[in-house]
Design a protein around this ligand. Sequence first.
Ligand code: PMP
Length: 360
Amino acid sequence: MARVYNFSAGPAVLPEPVLQKAADEMLDYKGTGMSVMEMSHRSSAFKEIIDSAEDNLRKLMDVPENYHILFLQGGASSQFAMVPLNLIGRTGKADYINTGAWSKKAIAEAKRYGEVRVAASSEETEFNCIPEINREMFDPAASYVHITTNNTIYGTVFHTPPETGALPLVADMSSNILSQVYDVSKFGLLYAGAQKNIGPAGLTVIIVREGLVGSALEITPKIFNYTTHVEAGSLFNTPPTYGIYIANLVFEWLLDLGGVTAIEEINREKAAMLYNFLDNSSLFTGKVAKKDRSIMNVTFYLPDEKLNEQFIKEASDHGLVMLKGHRSVGGMRAGIYNAMPVDGVRKLVDFMKKFELQNA
Ligand code: PMP
């Protein structure tokens, strides 16, 4: 079967040249006579891979020297616990911004370890925007402020992170890391599950400022302590080796393309195609406030659930798959991550135009 255009929210589309290279190297990685999957994480061949992944990610995101990069297991959800376990101890308090289901999960987990306050929320408007935020809203005694930069389910994004002054800003960047330029130095810590813009599920990337490591709560299990992983260079136990290898191929692909600035331009072009169509459509609608529209997850709706279902089915018959919206919000959602080709979005918009003509 020919490859489809896969709009899944994650695990998601990967760049075809990356998959091809991985296939070419599957049985014999660079003359080692084995697959990366079969290789010891203590081998020199793997050491080169993980070092290269760190260097490449540092280049791509312009990560300052005083930040550690960790490649761990556990998914973004593991960070919902690791962040408070490691950071809340300074004052016992933290501020969170609630912009959707993933923020809520992060908040619920953090509450197990300290006093958590929701400093701002867009729940009242069904998370269709990023709430207005200013520095005065934060508790000066908070150990950190947590945001979700891109809200995968609703399709909203912090195009600019909030100013938090001296308070460390912590961000769940799972669904938009490497998609647009963020200044890493504005964050104390950022984390992402890999399965959208980085690589296969199972790998979690954490970028953390040096000064924030080393004051974990007493109860913190050793495996959840950032210090453990910083000291061991992400090799305290067996890391997700194959995921790190694929991530590095994705980083190389992105560097060849011109880095995050270059992909951001392409991402904006792809998103604009969809949003322009939605803004002029007599049948499809979007719900997200224009200023906060995500360039990674575009959500849209038809007038009723029956038409939504018909659209999803017919699109799938045309090789445009995984367009069903999250079960909590219905409608449609197009995951247009870095690896989604412009042509895929063009074909989706063409199909939407046709669908509109036939069903208006
Ligand atoms: N945060 C965000 C913004 C997400 O989109 C997701 C997954 N879709 C998660 C956290 C949870 O990630 P994981 O499954 O890697 O724990």
